[in-house]
Design a protein around this ligand. Sequence first.
Ligand code: 5GP
Length: 131
Amino acid sequence: MATIFSRIIAGEIPSYKVAESDRFFAFLDINPLAKGHTLVVPKQETDYLFDLDDDLLAGMVLFSKKVAAAIRAVIPCSRVGMMVIGLEVPHAHIHLVPIQKEGDMSLSNPRVKLTKEEFAEIAERIRNKVE
Ligand code: 5GP
């Protein structure tokens, strides 16, 4: 069965897309640690990030770099942190989280509640900055 992220990539489940290429897809985390918290996923369905072949893994990091620059241009933050956990959804994904301090990266932190309109506005602003 397709993962929830494959269904998002296929457009079967709605998402707030911020970037897409032939190999990767980036969209806002539905339960964000901060405004602009984004997930980057490969279109190829693979559970464990380090099972990706070298070229795909390297490409995913470079794609994440572009998305992180766009997030940083839109969301006031000290930097964009990058994190891989992957215990919830069995489809490799990189978390990009705008942070001010180390503690902002923990998935145990309370999540930010956003309206649909706020999600859509943030996604559009980031999308417009991705080069
Ligand atoms: P992890 O697998 O790295 O522990 O976390 C999975 C992340 O995916 C969580 O931050 C969670 O909020 C996010 N997530 C889970 N299901 C969905 C979904 O259907 N849509 C979106 N946009 N994010 C999701």
